[in-house]
Each structure stands twice: as structure tokens, then as C-alpha cells.
Write a protein that binds this ligand. Structure first.
Ligand code: 5GP
Length: 170
């Protein structure tokens, strides 16, 4: 397997995911959370995160595609797979692997708002803050990272390297 430089180690990820779960546990103590993971990149993060949550939760997924090339989104987003239940009156937590320009998350928030949830919170493992072009309130952020294309821990390059235990870059 190709070697990448380590940006965030397995140990650092584990520690931070526990920290994020503690923040969510504190904010939503005894409240039901409807968690929406954004496929495919979220799968490893959502698995580790939800294992640490103590409130009653429902886990659902959405899949979106954004037109663009392998490493840059165009901002035109399309829903490939939608949530499976009504979100009306629910506390929704969107779980994403990475927010880059923010266009995907902005679209997701606007789309989910139309389903009348009680609250919407955003949790992302990674945030490329310097590249974010839209104003999004990120409630739970794992790491702010520099403008590098990263892979591993669910994130891909041409659908590969998702299984790396660390976040790496070339
Ligand atoms: P945004 O709409 O915020 O620009 O981009 C969001 C999507 O672009 C993410 O969900 C992810 O699929 C992809 N993306 C952005 N930056 C990276 C990166 O550094 N690595 C990988 N693997 N995907 C990225």
C-alpha cells in the first residue's frame, strides 16, 4: 500500500473522538438524537463516535454527490440517498468526515431544515477552515487542518485508502 505522511495519528483520532462524544453527551443528556451520517466518508468516524454516545440514538445515512473532479467540489450537490424516517420535531446531528469549501454542508443544512427538525447540529471530524467559503456553524469539530488533500479513517482518494487508521497526505 502507498505510504502517506501522517497528519493525525490513530492515537490522536481516538482521543479526539472521545472528546467530541463527551461534548455531545453533555449537550444532549437523556435526549434522543437522530444522527445522519454522510456517506461514504463518515463510516469509520460515525462508528467510533456513536459507540461513545450515552443517549438514545437513531443512526441514519444520506449520500450526496457533488459534481467536480477528484479533489475539488463544484458546489452543485445532488441527493443520491435520503434519510429513511421523518425528521419532524427531532434533534438532528449531521456527521460529516470533512468540511472543505462548506458548500456540501450548506446544502445539507438547507435541505434538512425543510424537513422541520427541532434542532440541527453539525459534527465534522475535519475542517479546512481557510478554504471554507460559506458561513456554517460547526457545533462539534474534531480538528482544523491545513489545505492539504487528506486520506484515511474513511476518507478516500479515488475510492481507496479509506481503511488507513490515521489521517494522511501525500
Ligand atoms: P465541500 O463541499 O466542503 O467543499 O467538500 C465536502 C466533500 O469534499 C467532503 O465530504 C469530501 O467528500 C470531499 N473532500 C474535501 N476535502 C477532502 C480531502 O482533503 N480529502 C478527501 N478524501 N475528501 C475531501
Amino acid at each position: 500500500m502507498e505510504r502517506f505522511k501522517i497528519l493525525i495519528s490513530e492515537k490522536e483520532i481516538k482521543k479526539r473522538v472521545k472528546g467530541l462524544a463527551a461534548e455531545i453527551n453533555r449537550d444532549f443528556k437523556n435526549k434522543h438524537l437522530y444522527i445522519i451520517g454522510i456517506l461514504n466518508g463518515c463510516y469509520m468516524f460515525i462508528s467510533d463516535l456513536t459507540k461513545e454516545l450515552k443517549m438514545p440514538i437513531t443512526v441514519d445515512f444520506m449520500r450526496v454527490s457533488s459534481y467536480g473532479n477528484a479533489t475539488e467540489t463544484s458546489g452543485v450537490v445532488r441527493i443520491i440517498m435520503d434519510v429513511s424516517e421523518s425528521l419532524s420535531g427531532k434533534n438532528v446531528l449531521i456527521v460529516e468526515d470533512i468540511i472543505d469549501t462548506g458548500l456540501t454542508m450548506d446544502y445539507l443544512i438547507r435541505t434538512i431544515k425543510q424537513k422541520n427538525p427541532k434542532t440541527i447540529k453539525v459534527c465534522t471530524l475535519l475542517h479546512k477552515k481557510i478554504k471554507t467559503r460559506v458561513n456554517i456553524k460547526i457545533d462539534y469539530c474534531g480538528f482544523e487542518i491545513p489545505d492539504k488533500f487528506v486520506v484515511g479513517y474513511g476518507l478516500d482518494l479515488n475510492n481507496m485508502y479509506r481503511n488507513l487508521k490515521y489521517i494522511g497526505y501525500k
